[in-house]
Design a binder for this molecule. Structure first.
Ligand SMILES: Cc1cc2nc3c(=O)[nH]c(=O)nc-3n(C[C@H](O)[C@H](O)[C@H](O)COP(=O)(O)O)c2cc1C
Length: 332
């Protein structure tokens, strides 16, 4: 069976990609994922904000106690001995890219224009096969117009594309008034791939402490619906590769995303929940489903149920409440 997949011009041996998470930040895990059949791996993001905070902390530590007693400085290790800055990340990236055959993609979350461009260059120099832009931005300011938010995405992408030659994907938010037009703008600005979608951290409230709860829940299969809709709507309509991200819990979700038109399917929560070996379970599930239907390649299923390929394309956008409710109503 041939699961070869083209993603942003890169040839992958399978459409299953380990998405960004702490798991993919370790070379041993990446190697294991390659052995288990992953088509590619996305490293966790370099967070410019985190790097800045760490550097500030080190500066503060360096000056603590200077006036009171100089020996206090000897209690603290030097800044160089911390994993501060992108050095450790770039080292892991370099090592993985050199040692492994599958494409290694890096991910970047910048804040300043300089940061986006500067780290993107360093990532390319370290040997990444591609770069994913994790543009994590929640426009909570009620005075910020949607156009400004869209402009921000496009500006970041253009700046990064001018700085690097490796393929660049944008990990998108689903919260645009016109997701399709946003996707088109990004493709026009040079995006080689679109990752649908980023999953934003949404805080909960602790009713005992009356504080915001910083908990991060892993996804469940019910969450595939929104990305599935947009993969289905955009497949064949934009000149960029499409990666589905969110809610893969079993091979069923992988197959559904492929049928909707995803080029690759990413998974993070399932690997965190079950361990890296779960990659093989997903891949075996996909293979058995294809084998049961005598399908030797993915071309036969990819995009088969996209909006452009179904007989009733309005099914993707229609409010189906009435039809659904009819199923629940007693016969008269
Ligand atoms: C613990 C954890 C850490 C993550 N870290 C990153 C990250 O560094 N960069 C990024 O772009 N996405 C990150 N993500 C998001 C995932 O890559 C993915 O887009 C999201 O979890 C939805 O996919 P899933 O349902 O397969 O988990 C993280 C997710 C989790 C659960």
């Amino acid at each position: 069976m041939d699961l070869t997949t083209l993603y942003m011009g890169l040839s992958l041996k399978s459409p299953l990609v380990a998405g960004a998470s702490p798991l993919t930040g370790e070379v041993d895990n990446i190697r294991r994922l390659e052995d288990l059949g992953a088509g590619a791996v996305v490293l966790p993001s370099i967070f410019e904000e985190q790097i800045e905070q760490d550097e500030q902390l080190i500066e503060q530590m360096d000056t603590i106690g200077i006036d009171s007693y100089a020996e206090a400085l000897t209690y603290f290790p030097s800044a160089a001995s911390y994993h501060i800055g992108p050095a450790h990340y770039l080292e892991v990236l370099h090592h993985a890219a050199k040692a492994l055959d599958i494409p290694i993609m890096a991910s970047l979350n910048g804040i300043t224009d300089h940061g986006w461009v500067n780290y993107a260059r360093q990532i390319q120099e370290a040997g990444a096969d591609a770069l994913e832009l994790n543009i994590y931005f929640i426009p909570t300011d009620p005075n910020m117009p949607g156009q400004e938010v869209e402009h921000r995405y496009v500006t970041i992408l253009k700046a990064v594309k001018e700085a690097v030659t490796i393929p660049v994907a944008v990990k998108l938010s689903p919260y645009f008034s016109a997701v399709g037009h946003m996707a088109t703008q990004l493709v026009d600005a040079g995006a080689d791939g679109l990752v649908l979608f980023n999953r934003f951290y949404e805080p909960d409230i602790d009713l005992g402490q009356l504080t915001l709860l910083p908990n991060l829940k892993l996804s469940t299969a019910t969450e595939i619906r929104l990305p599935l809709l947009w993969i289905g709507a955009l497949s064949g309509g934009v000149r960029a590769s499409l990666a589905a991200s969110t809610g893969v819990e079993s091979a069923d979700e992988v197959i559904k995303y492929l049928l909707a038109g995803a080029d690759v399917v990413m998974t993070s929560s399932a690997l965190l929940r079950h361990g890296v070996d779960y990659m093989k379970v997903l891949l075996d599930g996909l293979k058995s489903w294809l084998a049961a239907r005598d399908l030797e390649t993915l071309d036969r299923i990819r995009g088969r149920l996209s909006q452009r390929n179904i007989t009733d394309p309005t099914a993707f956008a229609r409010a189906n409440y009435i039809r659904v409710l009819q199923g629940y109503l007693p016969d008269r």
